[in-house]
Design a protein. Structure first.
Length: 270
């Protein structure tokens, strides 16, 4: 995969934003002189490198402190969706029959619910907490991952090595974990990249709507919402987080495309 030019570009773009998100909080307050919640001047003033936000806090400090939570929540939601979806898809493909029908029809019900509407409903009821964001986004990812997993696993469970393991009475969970799962990692890695991208966008969108990260916590989606009212007067409060999210999304998509091509090449050589 790394031989592809777009994979290298994607890794560089993603690596830059991840580095900013991870290292940024460690640089405060000595790098900027302020913490992300400390007032540094009047609202929307050109004080400091990028000026102040809607409450007079340093925009650079808010930006440096706002990416780590987004990445952590997105990674946790993606991991949750991958675990639930992959397990459901493999079980449905391997067991078949009524269990397959129950799992896939349940997936259809969840797929019929718009992700944003489901998230808005759950967060309104349970509150805009971090674990709620992770759980809601992870659950909405699971049905889509399950469908991909089931399709990929259906072509593996008919192989001779799976039948041989069954003849030797190998437990089903070992067959799924040691025989089926390693042979569907290509499609799952592609799905992992896609779901990570969607998780980042979903968390940023919910924060923008006021249902994600809550003030005074620093968050890139929240920064866009807070500072959009003075976009023409002080644009950096919006431009910085928008650029970061856009670069991260582009980088993730480039990596995902490279994974898809690498997976397709592997399938062709079999």
């Amino acid at each position: 995969m790394m031989k592809q030019k777009q994979a290298k570009i994607g890794m560089v773009l993603t690596g830059i934003i991840v580095l900013v998100a991870v290292v940024g909080p460690l640089l405060l307050p000595w790098a900027t002189g302020y913490t992300s919640t400390e007032f540094s001047g009047r609202p929307f003033q050109p004080d400091g490198l990028f000026g102040t936000d809607n409450l007079g806090r340093d925009i650079l400090s808010r930006f440096l402190d706002g990416g780590l939570r987004l990445l952590i929540y997105a990674a946790l939601a993606t991991a949750m969706g991958m675990i639930l979806g992959a397990a459901a898809g493999m079980i449905a493909a391997y067991q078949g029959g009524w269990l397959d029908s129950v799992i896939m029809r349940g997936n259809d019900v969840l797929l019929a619910l718009p992700q944003l509407v489901f998230a808005l409903l759950a967060i309104t009821v349970l509150g805009p907490q971090g674990w709620v964001l992770v759980a809601v986004i992870g659950i909405t990812h699971a049905p889509r991952i399950a469908r991909v997993t089931r399709s990929a696993a259906a072509g593996v469970i008919t192989e001779d090595f799976v039948h041989a393991a069954e003849m030797y009475a190998v437990p089903r969970w070992k067959i799924l974990g040691k025989d089926v799962l390693p042979n569907i990692t290509g499609p799952l890695m592609v799905e992992l990249g896609l779901r990570m991208t969607y998780s980042i966008a979903a968390i940023a969108s919910l924060s923008f709507l006021g249902l994600g990260l809550q003030p005074p916590t620093a968050g890139w989606g929240l920064m866009i919402n807070e500072n959009r009212i003075a976009l023409m007067l002080q644009p950096w409060g919006v431009i910085l987080p928008v650029l970061a999210i856009a670069i991260l999304t582009v980088g993730s998509n480039l990596i995902t495309d490279a994974l898809a091509r690498a997976s397709a090449n592997v399938e062709e050589t079999k």
